[in-house]
Design a protein around this ligand. Sequence first.
Ligand code: TXA
Ligand code: MG
Length: 324
Amino acid sequence: MAKVIKPGNIYGIKEASQIIKSGGLVVFPTETVYGIGANALDPKAVNRIFKAKGRPSDNPLIVHIDKIDWISKLCVDVPGIAYKLASRYWPGPLTLVLKKSSIVPENVTAGLDTVAVRIPNNKIALSLIRESKVPIAAPSANLSGKPSPTKALHVIKYLDKKVDLIIDGGPTDIGLESTVLDLASKIPTVLRPGKISLEELRMIIPNIRMANPKSKVKSPGMKYRHYSPESKVILSNPKKIPMLIKRHANDKIAVIHTSKIKIPKNIESFYCKNLEIMAHNIFDKFHEYDSRNFDLIIIESVEEKNIGTAIMNRLRKAASEIVN
Ligand code: TXA
Ligand code: MG
């Protein structure tokens, strides 16, 4: 079993950084979701991440740094807009895809000539990177295909025996993974929507576009089925939810909703006052309902703008049925 340490434990960060330096795996919190990290400059350590997650080797990792200076070491041909966005949004939930330099191992980028980088906005993550003195490659700390972890508990369930240390920093703030923005292609393209929305980025980059999910895969991670809890997930128009509850009368059902619809008292429900609350809780609820053996999770569809685009992106991948 991996050792679990609590925040505020500075010796813990020292121990964690020793593990990173010696090629081990450390799970740490970021402001988005928990990551499973290794020294990004050590291909053997990076390989352990793929093994632990059961991650296909053609899906590249995000490299986490603590200072903008790392960009000039990890990347080449960096456009001015990258520095403008970095100084505006870092530390924060924006990942930039840039041309890679030769010091970035091939397996980090899955053989691509680009590398994804970000400075996370979380004290534990930042002190871990600083103490380790190397950039840390870290995908979300879930088994491939499972919902991302937003609490240490979610990581312990799946990865406990496969990592060396887990730093428990409490629930993550945002709850959805970072926005991934490709600045290496001709037209800046959002490969994965996140809290920093297309609408917001368009004010800085007027010609920005959203990747077409049907076009040739640019962000390799987006082609895989993702985020699926064991329970079946149905994404639904709020008006159809009562009908779905009746239709699945023999199932143990949970409903996640943002409209003030009436849910029968005997049905588990979780009401989200706004979309930030929904984003914060969605993966946590998936993990919780799985551990309580729910058969079915019915989730209300939300409007696809601002953070709603990121929420729907994850929910579409989790859902096996969409009711309009
Ligand atoms: O919020 C986050 O981004 C979290 C925390 C831990 O930082 N990390 C995360 O990593 O979500 P992961 O590996 O689960 O997702 C990374 C996404 C994948 O869709 C991957 O395909 C894409 O970023 N990506 C990474 N490098 C890329 C590259 N060079 N070109 C295009 N897409 C890339
Ligand atoms: Mg992931």
